[in-house]
Write a protein that binds this ligand. Structure first.
Ligand code: AMP
Length: 140
């Protein structure tokens, strides 16, 4: 089975599904994870099609890591976490659930441990407000 054009992140890229965007350029898009494991959990995706690290060329992957660094820096500045996890999964057996390549940026807070495998949809207003905080920091 190849890349599915109807996966949720492909739909977000085409604006067929809502998302809380924090950053976009020619090659990448960053938006809030809808079931965050911690406040500020953000995803970065390439605009090129590919399920995982094996499908994408080095240029697309480099663009993703460049955006990841930029957004992670804004999250660090804006939300002051104790640490930041940057990670991505390749293949269902590795835990991947959405099959358009994505990098997770997960802030970690000493006083609010994150919950791996969060299943709760976050309130849209909270996501919008966190996205706005990160966006404003990116503009500084
Ligand atoms: P993974 O397990 O690495 O494939 O991660 C997929 C991530 O996508 C999970 O953290 C989900 O919470 C997140 N997710 C699923 N659907 C959406 C959506 N519509 N908007 C934003 N994040 C989503």
């Amino acid at each position: 089975m190849g890349y599915d054009d109807d996966n949720v992140f492909a739909k977000i890229l085409r604006d067929e599904m809502p998302s809380h965007r924090v950053y976009e350029d020619e090659q990448t898009l960053a938006f809030m994870d809808i079931m965050p494991v911690s406040k500020g959990h953000t995803l970065v995706i390439p605009k090129t099609k590919g399920e995982n690290i094996f499908d994408l060329d080095a240029e697309s992957l480099a663009a993703v890591i460049k955006t990841t660094k930029r957004v992670a820096e804004a999250i660090k500045k804006a939300l002051e976490p104790s640490g930041v996890i940057v990670t991505q999964l390749n293949g269902a057996k590795a835990g991947q659930t959405v099959f358009h390549y994505h990098m997770h940026i997960i802030p970690v807070y000493e006083k609010a441990p994150f919950q791996p495998h969060a299943n709760d949809l976050e309130d849209s207003e909270i996501l919008a407000s966190t996205a706005e905080t990160i966006k404003q920091t990116l503009l500084q």
